[in-house]
Ligand binder design. Structure first.
Ligand code: 5GP
Ligand code: ZN
Length: 114
């Protein structure tokens, strides 16, 4: 996708602070963090959001959650707590239309979110 900022980051055309990558996904620091720890887990495949997923993507979502858990363990927040969030369309505040999962930690995360 030519106009997609996350595809450009994945291609290396736009810089980002990478914390993890493998053949299916990358994890980068969010440019506008809302918690002491805030990374985005992004599949290399351009999927718009949850509405665009197919059965073929089922293993990918599992990998993303396991990568997020591994990063949370590295941060040492696994016992204290962390959150994985994925926004879909306007009411949820999705601003980048390439599916991604926010991994947040390092402070008390209120519930319900605003
Ligand atoms: P959404 O609101 O779509 O769930 O989340 C998009 C996230 O991407 C936001 O938290 C925003 O700060 C982050 N973001 C947008 N553009 C860039 C960028 O160019 N680089 C990085 N690292 N994060 C970005
Ligand atoms: Zn994309």
């Amino acid at each position: 996708m030519d106009s997609c900022i996350f595809c450009k980051i994945i291609e290396g055309a736009i810089p980002a602070k990478k914390v993890y990558e493998d053949e299916d996904l990358i994890a980068i620091e969010d440019i506008n963090p809302v918690a002491p720890h805030h990374v985005l887990l992004i599949p290399r495949k351009h999927v718009v959001n949850a509405l665009d997923l197919t059965a073929e993507d089922d293993p990918l979502i599992g990998r993303i959650f396991r990568a997020a858990a591994a990063i949370a363990r590295e941060w040492g927040v696994d016992e204290r707590g962390f959150r994985i969030v994925q926004n879909n369309n306007a009411d949820a505040g999705q601003s980048v239309f390439h599916i991604h999962f926010h991994l947040l930690a390092g402070r008390h995360l209120g519930w319900p979110p605003g």
